[in-house]
Structures are given as C-alpha cells and as structure tokens.
Design a protein around this ligand. Sequence first.
Ligand code: GDP
Ligand code: MG
Length: 351
Amino acid sequence: LMKMGTMATINQEISFEIASLICNEFGYNLIKSDTSEIEELEIEALMEIEEDDEKDLLPRPPVVTVMGHVDHGKTSLLDAIRDTDVTSGEAGGITQHIGASEVNVNGQKIVLLDTPGHEAFTSMRARGAQVTDIAILVVAADDGIMPQTVEAINHAKAAGVPIIIAINKIDKPGANPERVKQELSDQGLLVEDWGGDVISVELSAKKRINIEGLLEMVLLVAEVEELKANPEKRAVGTVIEAELDKGRGPVATVLVQGGTLRVGDPIVAGVASGKVRAMINYKGRRVKQAGPSTAVEILGLSEVPSGGDQFVQVPNDKAARLIAEKRQELRREEMLKASSKISLDDLFEQL
Ligand code: GDP
Ligand code: MG
C-alpha cells in the first residue's frame, strides 16, 4: 500500500480498486460481492421512509407512557387503567402478554407502553426513536416531587411530549395535592387550577378513584395533538422490546407507527431481518395485520433486535437479508474502530 502511495492503518477502509490491485500483485482475483454499489444505493432508497401526503393521513390512537419516582404508583396505575377496560368481556380480565396493552375508553383506543419509568425514553431516545405521544407523570400526593420525578419531567420536555400529571394516593391520610402543585410550579409546570395549562388529575390507583377522569384527559390531549398516520404504506415502526424465546426463537414487540404490517411481510429490524411468521396482540391472540398505533409481538426474525431499533417493511426477502447483512457489517466496523481506539488510549496511558 505504501509503495502505491496509500497510507492506511490496519483498520482503515480502502477502495475496491486499490484492494484488487494488491490482490493481483499476490496472484488473487478480487470479485465484487453480492452487494454491488448500485445495490447499496437501492438498499438506501428502500430504507427511506416515504413522506406522507396530508390527504392519506387518518387519525390514530395515542401511545402513552407512565413515568414517575419509584413507589409513586406507576405499576398500580397501569393495572388500574387495564381494569377499566370492560369491553373485553373476558373472564379473569386482561392478562399482560406483550410489552404494551390497549384500553378502550368511550369507544376510543389508548395504547399503553408497559415499560414504566424512564427506560422507554432513555433507550429509545438513544437511538433517535420516539414512540410516546403523551407522558403520564405519577406523583404520590404524600411524597411530592422526588429526584426521578424531575428526571421524568426533563425526559418528557426534551422529547417535546405533553405531560399529564396524575397526583396519586389521594386516599392516604398524609396526601397533600396542593403541595404537589406548588412543587410542580417550581419545576416550571403550572397546572390548570394554578393558572397554567398543564392538566393534572387527582386519583388513587389502589382504590380505583378517578381513573376514568385521567383517561378522558388523555383522549382530550390526544385530540389537541391531532395524531395521524397513513395506514396504506409500507409498515414502519419501533422495536419496544425483544428477547430470545427458547421455543419460538427471536421474539420482538414492535409498535407499528405508519403503514400496516401483515403476516408474511419481509422486514428489517436493526440488524435482524426476516418474514413475519406470526403476530400476537396484547390479548395474546394471533392477528393477521396491525395498523398505526398497534403494538404486536412478531415471530420470524433472524436474530434479536434491540429496543429502540426501527423496523421497516421491505419489498422482498432478498432486500431484507442484504440490508441486515450490510448493517451487521457496519456494526462490526464500528466495533473494530472502537476497540482499536481503546487500545491506542491504553497505549498512551502506559507511555
Ligand atoms: P411504582 O414503583 O411506581 O411502580 O409503584 P407501585 O405501583 O409498585 O406502588 C408502590 C406502593 O404504593 C405499593 O405498595 C402500592 O400498593 C402503593 N400504592 C400505589 N397506588 C396507591 C394509591 O393510590 N393509594 C395507596 N394508599 N397506595 C398506593
Ligand atoms: Mg413498578
């Protein structure tokens, strides 16, 4: 390489032309692989998400995350919300099967992400994904604003997501909702009865007091947000969580955010690819399709993607495989670069 005037380190990429010249020098013939440059360009085009035409957009249900300080009642509130869904008419109520659930309020759907706390925001935002439309911030009326409450406020603000305050545990003797409102105003959140525009609801998750009131506020905020999506395009969305199931192989809960995903569709999710073999909804039932604002568990991926990865439906199996391979290659390169950087730093440290 040096003789040819190319100064490259061991991890550096060189052009195909240079590489083939060197190979010839040593008696080898270098052949371009499956993924030619033209194909690479086509692949990039396939991963581009089509711009939505205003006329194709239809209203979609809101996707909600519950946040708040530990023990302020996030899990209890999620349970209480699921309990309000009487339309299911199932014996034993709804059991939680996947990483998200749905409730019906006055005939309107609300999607709840089951990952309470900040993970939903942190891991998603690290990958540039945004899945939440509305954040419910739970604050215990007997405890007030705590460090994780402030963190949650900052996450929601940074993501530009509207916050609804759920002042919880109003059944407790030490409950002091007014103090909570005072502390919220110190954080720049002025609730409505303090002359601001932040909606707050006083409730008890444990005693099931005013849960409907909270859900009506969620629908109100959703209406103001004018949430819309085009159900008629290639499906696109985000991986909520994924794992390797002993019997079923890689399993991922995905949120469809645009288009409609159907069984048999070839998809790419992060570095994983495959054909959707089966889809399971929040009730644990098999479904054939999933439109915007629907969370489903999908089977059929080649490997386990990461939470926050984007998934995209692609035209065929070959494209799915090539894109996933290309991404794996890029990831390997990045890891190689990172490890070589670490060893250099170590070296300097020793010097
Ligand atoms: P998380 O850590 O935010 O998920 O909080 P949990 O839902 O696990 O609740 C923590 C504790 O507070 C549990 O013992 C709950 O039973 C209790 N709790 C939650 N909501 C209420 C409520 O509205 N009233 C009362 N009295 N206790 C509650
Ligand atoms: Mg919890």
